[in-house]
Design a protein around this ligand. Structure first.
Ligand code: PLP
Length: 458
C-alpha cells in the first residue's frame, strides 16, 4: 500500500535560469508573434513544451564523452564507438550516421523507394510521409482504429491492424511495396506504443511476402518501457532485452537521435543487408557526408553512444514516462479532456471539447495554445486544422478528426513543479473557457503553413 514514491535517478549539476515575463508582457509578445507560437523568441517562454526533439538534457557522462570526440574525416574512433554500441544494443551490423532522423529517411528511401510505390505503416510521421510523397510514392496508414478514439484506454494504440495490412498487400501487390515502416512509439498517433505481439505479427506477414520491415525508431526505448509494463511475459525482462527482441524483427531502422538517444542533434540508419547499405553509401556521400560521419561530428557520435546506453535503462524510462503520466493525471483531475492513455513523450489536450464554441475552421487548438502561453508562459503546439493544412488539389482546408494541443516533455529538463504550473495554467483557462474566441489566418505559406502562418483574434 504505502509504496515508496518514485524520484528521478539523477540529480541536477548545472542549471539554466529561465526568464519570467508578466502576463501583460506575454500578451504583447504573442501579439507581436501574430499568434503563432513558433514565432516567439524561446527566451520569452517559461516552460517550453513545443517538442521533445533535440531539447534533451545530457548527462555528465555524455558531456564528458564529447571531450573524447575523434574528428577524423574517415573511420573515426567515435564512429566505431557509436557503431559498436548500436550493434550491441540493437543488433544491426551496418550503421550509417546522418545529421538527424529525416536525413536517415532521405538516404534510405533514396536507395529503396521509387515513384508509384506503396509504403504501409502505422500513422507515418510527417517527415516520413513527406519523403515518401516527395518521391511520388504513397504512404498507406494501417493503424488500429483505436488510435482515433480519444477515450479508449487500449494499451497499444500504435499497433498495426493486421487485416488492414493484409488488405493493403492484397490490393497493391508485393512488387509495389519496397518496404514497410513501423513507427515505435507512434508519434503521429500520440506517442502510443506498439506491442511485441503486434511487432511479431507484422514481421511474420512481411517475411511471408519478402517485404523488408523498417522501424522508424525515434522513441524505441519508450516503446520498450510500455512493453515491459503493459504486455504479458515482459515484466521480468530488462529494457535492453526487450529492445534487442524488438529490433530482431526489423530488417533496418531509421533513427532520430534527438529523441531516445537523449542528445540535441543526430541520427543514423541501421541495416542487416550489405546490399542496401552499399546503395545508401552513395546517397550518404551526396547528401550527408562521408559514410563514417554523415553530417555528425565525432563528439556528437560519442554523445549518441552514451545516450543510447542511458535511455535503455529502466530507472531513467520510469522517471521519464511517469512524469508524462503525472502531467496527464494532473490535467485529467481538473476535468479537462485529454487523449488517453498518456503517451510516452507528450500529453494531448482535446481542444474541441475544451472550446466547443470555437468551430474547427477557427482553430480551437491554436487558440488554446495561445491562451496557455498568455496564462502561464507555457508553449505547446497545435495538432489540428492548422497543421492538417489544405488538400494539395482542391486547396480546401482539411479538418482532422481531433483538434489537439500537444504538450511534449523534453527529457530530464523540467521538474514536476513545472508540470504543476502547466496544469494550473490550463485550470485558469478552463474556469473561464466560454469567454474565448477563435482565430483567423492572415497569412499562410503554400505548404507546411503551421510554422509560419500569422493569425488575428476574432
Ligand atoms: C522526429 C521524428 C522523425 C524525424 O527526425 P528529425 O530528427 O526531426 O529529422 C522521424 N520519425 C519520427 C517518429 C519522429 O518522431
Amino acid at each position: 500500500m504505502n509504496k515508496q514514491p518514485y524520484a528521478e535517478p539523477w540529480r541536477i549539476k548545472m542549471v539554466e535560469p529561465l526568464k519570467t515575463l508578466s502576463k501583460e508582457q506575454r500578451e504583447i509578445k504573442i501579439k507581436e508573434a501574430e499568434y503563432n507560437l513558433f514565432s516567439l523568441d524561446a527566451e520569452d517562454v517559461y516552460i517550453d513544451l513545443i517538442t521533445d526533439s533535440g531539447t534533451n538534457a545530457m548527462s555528465d557522462r555524455q558531456w564528458s564523452a564529447l571531450m573524447l570526440g575523434d574528428e577524423s574525416y574517415a573511420g573515426s574512433r567515435s564512429y566505431l564507438r557509436m557503431k559498436q554500441t548500436i550493434q550491441e544494443l540493437l543488433g544491426f551490423e551496418y550503421v550509417m550516421p546522418t545529421h538527424q532522423g529525416r536525413a536517415a529517411e532521405n538516404v534510405l528511401f533514396s536507395a529503396m523507394l521509387k515513384a508509384k510505390d506503396i509504403v504501409p505503416g502505422n500513422a507515418h510521421f510527417d517527415t516520413t510521409k513527406g519523403h515518401i510523397e516527395f518521391r511520388h510514392a504513397t504512404a498507406v496508414d494501417c493503424t488500429v482504429d483505436e488510435v482515433n478514439k480519444m477515450d479508449s484506454d487500449h494499451p497499444f494504440k500504435g499497433n498495426v491492424d493486421i487485416d488492414k495490412l493484409k488488405a493493403c498487400i492484397a490490393e497493391h501487390g508485393v512488387e509495389k511495396i519496397p518496404f514497410m515502416v513501423l513507427t515505435v512509439t507512434c508519434n503521429t498517433g500520440g506517442g502510443q506504443p506498439v506491442s511485441m505481439n503486434n511487432i511479431q505479427a507484422v514481421s511474420e506477414i512481411c517475411k511471408q511476402h519478402d517485404i523488408p520491415l523498417i522501424f522508424d525508431s525515434a522513441r524505441f526505448s519508450e516503446n520498450a518501457y510500455f512493453i515491459k509494463t503493459r504486455e504479458d511475459g515482459y515484466q521480468d525482462k530488462s529494457i535492453k532485452e526487450i529492445v534487442k527482441e524488438m529490433f530482431s524483427y526489423a530488417d533496418g531502422m531509421t533513427m532520430s537521435a534527438k529523441k531516445d538517444a537523449i542528445v540535441n542533434i543526430g541520427g543514423f540508419i541501421g541495416l542487416r543487408s550489405e546490399k542496401i547499405y552499399r546503395e545508401c553509401c552513395t546517397f550518404s556521400i551526396m547528401f550527408e557526408g562521408y559514410i563514417t560521419y554523415g553530417g555528425m561530428s565525432g563528439r556528437d557520435m560519442e554523445a549518441v553512444a552514451a545516450g543510447l546506453i542511458e535511455s535503455t535503462e529502466y530507472d531513467y524510462l520510469h522517471a521519464r514516462i511517469s512524469q508524462v503520466k503525472y502531467l496527464g493525471d494532473e490535467i485529467s483531475k481538473l476535468g479537462i479532456p485529454i487523449v488517453k492513455p498518456a503517451g510516452g513523450h507528450a500529453i494531448y489536450v482535446d481542444a474541441k471539447s475544451f472550446f466547443p464554441q470555437i468551430p474547427q475552421n477557427q482553430y480551437p487548438a491554436q487558440a488554446l495554445g495561445v491562451a496557455l502561453y498568455i496564462e502561464a508562459g507555457v508553449r505547446g503546439v497545435e495538432i489540428g486544422t492548422v497543421l492538417a493544412d489544405r488538400d494539395p488539389e482542391t486547396r480546401q482546408e482539411r479538418t482532422p478528426k481531433m483538434e489537439l494541443l500537444r504538450l511534449a516533455i523534453p527529457r530530464r529538463v523540467y521538474t514536476n513543479n513545472h508540470m504543476d504550473v502547466v496544469a494550473w495554467g490550463l485550470q485558469q483557462i478552463w474556469a473561464k473557457r466560454e469567454q474565448y474566441r477563435g482565430l483567423k489566418i492572415k497569412f499562410e505559406a503554400p505548404i507546411m503553413r503551421h510554422f509560419t502562418a500569422t493569425f488575428e483574434v476574432l
